[in-house]
Design a protein around this ligand. Sequence first.
Ligand code: PLP
Length: 389
Amino acid sequence: MLHPAKAIGRLATESAFAVLARATALAADGHEVINLGIGQPDFATPEHIVEAAIRALRDGHHGYTPAVGIAPLKEAVAADLHRRLGVDLDPGRVIIVPGGKVTMCFAVLMFGEPGAEILYPDPGFPIYRSLIDYSGAKGVPIPLTEDRGFALTAEDVLARLTPASRLLILNSPANPTGGVTPRAEIDRLVAGLLDFPNVAVLSDEIYSQMLYDGREHVSLLQYPAIADRVILLDGWSKTYAMTGWRLGYGVWPESLVEGATRLAVNSYSCVNAAAQYAGIAALTGPQEPVRAMLDAFAERRKVVVDELNAIPGLSCGMPGGAFYAFPNITATGRSAKDLEVAFLEEAHVATIAGTSFGAQGEGFLRISYANSTENIRRAAERLRALLAQ
Ligand code: PLP
């Protein structure tokens, strides 16, 4: 009998991957599945980025790189943050990781331990809670509600801070709701955080470029008053359609760089060298492919919301960012999980139950609109037919 450490039993999972596996199995059985489940752009990585990786391999970049990433990539990240957010930072604070998720993992491992409290959004990316539980810390959910467009309020966060709070996880634009926290709310939150100088902030900004209707991204890095305790999570997966490349970055406070570097050395040593060269091409090359992708998402967002609202039993607000719609399903009288299963097994449309993102997600489904408008319309037709039965 083997005795794995108890902490392993506390890890949860990301059901988007389980739904993807089931959708793939149904497709292998000959069913035509429309996947509105997984959160990844349905576009190919732009050609010049792919070429840069091929060139890197041909140029002989086959060995280890520094654990924190190659210098030109870290410099390109710093320059990109300057261009997009107007922040000036030492590239030495940038740590390149194999996917944005790894910055999340490092931040929670760095602050999570028994006795510590970590605040996280609910509904929110499921890995936050999973990692918190793994670390032995107490997870403190911050409820996000439909009536506020799933935007977080400073009061809701500040009311939950205690002397045991060690880390606050924020995510805007948000998965799974598409909610965007307005600047005024972040201003208030930052002002309130000055009374809690021991609380670090992990700001997950992986959807920072996916904003609609002229919204401007607000980064926690733009607040000098808390710059010494903000960990920024961002990366290439969503912006440049590079989910499979496994490339992301964290910007760490000076005081945490050494600890994060050790976590890198103790786990993966460094990120795939060719992927890092591709990352430079992405940041320094033409940004038209990103704009074209965002235009497509903007159009699909309207289509998906209109289609969902036209289905009796569903109602859906207009998300401000990311590529998710989060319709309310309570009028169907069915649970989120029940509908997720019925939609996949009977209508062959993959969606994700809101409860996969926390208890507050009951009564909602996550619909990823990283799919063609044609498929979105066909999927809506199937859902309408199924609910009418
Ligand atoms: N953070 C959020 C909110 C996400 O939705 C995701 C991916 O779905 C990630 C982080 C992880 O991104 P990556 O694929 O770069 O690890």
